[in-house]
Ligand binder design. Structure first.
Ligand code: BG6
Length: 476
């Protein structure tokens, strides 16, 4: 058996996608509450109503045998204006959630910031491009560490801070081409903010562990053409390494500096920034990993983003287009990846195995999977069952390869796929489901406002329970 004895089996969530109660008990608004949705998709206002169902949800997680539950804290529930006055009801809510987890021996893995930014801060400071955002974030972290130092042993700084930037050639909120210079400066400031949070956590919560949670993959070269191999190396630097190297080594990869120079991107690196990052010493690396990419050399230098303005970001081709990096590489389909038997989708069961080995060699730090999985519509049958064989097949393949990765040296200490219960997808409403626990609601916000949102156990619920009970040995 390859899974370590105290391996953290669990699953993940984020506050904006599960909590609902967007305007309840003093919570301030976030950009997710006010965000424009894709046509036909519900808002994030009611989520899966975890705010009122957390006891039932955590009991179901305990029934599955969870050792860990990843959730995020809503900045605007704690600090409705983003800074200043603390909302006692917000503190109380998370205290109750953590107590409920500990009652069952489940470790909360707590993300400090998972995409949802208080509107009040955006109005005051604009975006992460403004360095005042760093201070606001560090102040928020201080409130969290002060209030939850006895409740939380595992912290994650920011979720997928690399994704918005790497895939951000089109601004999601306007649908128009972005200013790349501003975008990468946002990324730099977020890295500095996270490094400061890591320092602060070590000072204020000496027994807790803290790490980042980017989305990390590995680029496969599309062919044996050396230029494709170089494109894959560069893509790994730009999409992945530049978001971890500063926090571990205090440097940006050289190929990224070259890319910035070629594209007139100038980071506003201030005195002390690199030193703060170099010395912060994350205790582990959390990373979301859904699949690796396959990359081909791209020798032209200009992409006309205007033709993508307003394009539908739900299409796979949209994300692939956003990976086109002039003069470097582009993402292409990989015909060699296996197809799932149940629904024929092509997926990459090797992604964690390959990426966790790569990160273990590069950083020599413990690793935890903070997201992985497959979202699709599920059907609630008349007898209350949900047959999500495709999900079982998908996760089985991942876990099988992950185990091999551990045998080969991947320093993994936990696996928290996406997601514990159904939740509102970032781009595809509640129709696209990821959970082991089914939540009975649809896209209709009016109905969701008062819906009971009954929970049901999917087939994958019972399967995952067996996986956990056998510490990954029984995957049938
Ligand atoms: C990750 C995010 O990018 O992917 C989650 O951290 C998100 O918040 C998940 O839900 C799946 O993406 P989507 O768009 O299907 O919800």
């Amino acid at each position: 058996m390859s899974f370590p004895k105290n391996f953290f089996w669990g699953a993940s969530s984020s506050c904006a996608q599960v909590e609902g109660a967007y305007d309840v008990d003093g919570k301030g608004l976030t950009n997710w509450d006010t965000r424009r949705q894709n046509p036909g998709c519900c808002s994030f206002h009611y989520g899966s109503d975890f705010y009122h169902h957390y006891k039932e949800d955590i009991a179901l997680m305990a029934e599955m045998g969870f050792k860990m539950f990843r959730l995020s804290i809503s900045w605007a529930r704690i600090l409705p204006e983003g800074e200043g006055e603390i909302n006692p009801k917000g503190i109380e809510f998370y205290k109750n959630v953590f107590a409920e987890c500990h009652k069952y021996g489940i470790e909360p893995l707590v993300t400090i910031f998972h995409f949802d930014m208080p509107v009040a801060l955006l109005e005051k400071y604009g975006s992460w491009a403004n360095r005042k955002m760093i201070d606001a974030y560090v102040n928020y972290c201080k409130v969290l560490f002060e209030n939850f130092k006895d409740d939380v042993n595992y912290w994650l700084t920011n979720n997928e801070y690399n994704v918005m930037i790497f895939y951000g050639a089109i601004d999601m909120s306007t649908g128009q081409p972005s200013d790349l210079n501003r975008l990468y400066n946002e990324g730099h400031n977020e890295l500095v903010a996270m490094a400061k949070a890591i320092h602060l956590c070590h000072e204020m919560c000496p027994n807790a562990k803290i790490g980042p949670a980017p989305n990390i993959d590995t680029a496969y070269p599309a062919t044996t053409n050396p230029l494709d191999y170089i494109a894959a190396l560069d893509m790994n630097d730009l999409r992945n390494n530049m978001w971890l190297d500063p926090l571990v080594f205090g440097t940006y990869p050289a190929s990224v500096n070259k890319y910035f120079k070629n594209h007139d991107i100038k980071l506003d690196i201030q005195d002390g920034d690199m030193e703060i990052m170099k010395t912060c010493k994350p205790d582990f690396i959390g990373f979301n990993c859904y699949g690796n990419s396959t990359v081909e050399h791209l020798d032209y230098y200009k992409i006309d983003w205007s033709e993508m303005a307003g394009a539908d970001n739900r299409n796979m081709s949209y994300l692939m287009k956003m990976m086109e990096k002039p003069g470097l590489g582009k993402s292409v389909p990989n015909p060699l990846l296996p197809k799932a038997e149940t629904d024929g989708h092509s997926y990459d069961p090797y992604c964690i195995r390959v990426t966790a080995r790569r990160l273990s060699e590069r950083y020599r730090l413990p690793l935890i999977i903070t997201e992985n999985g497959y979202g699709r519509p599920d059907t609630l049958e008349a007898d209350g069952t949900i047959h999500d064989d495709y999900r079982i097949e998908h996760l089985r393949g991942m876990i099988r390869e992950m185990e091999k990765g551990i045998e080969e040296g991947a320093l993994l200490f936990g696996y928290c796929p996406w997601s514990a219960m159904d939740l509102v997808s970032t781009r595809e409403g509640i129709t696209k489901r990821y959970g082991f626990i089914y939540v009975d609601r649809d896209e209709d916000d009016e109905k969701a406002k008062t819906a009971e949102m009954k929970r049901y156990r999917k087939d994958s619920f019972y399967w995952y329970k067996k996986v956990i009970a056998s510490n990954g040995a029984d995957l049938d």
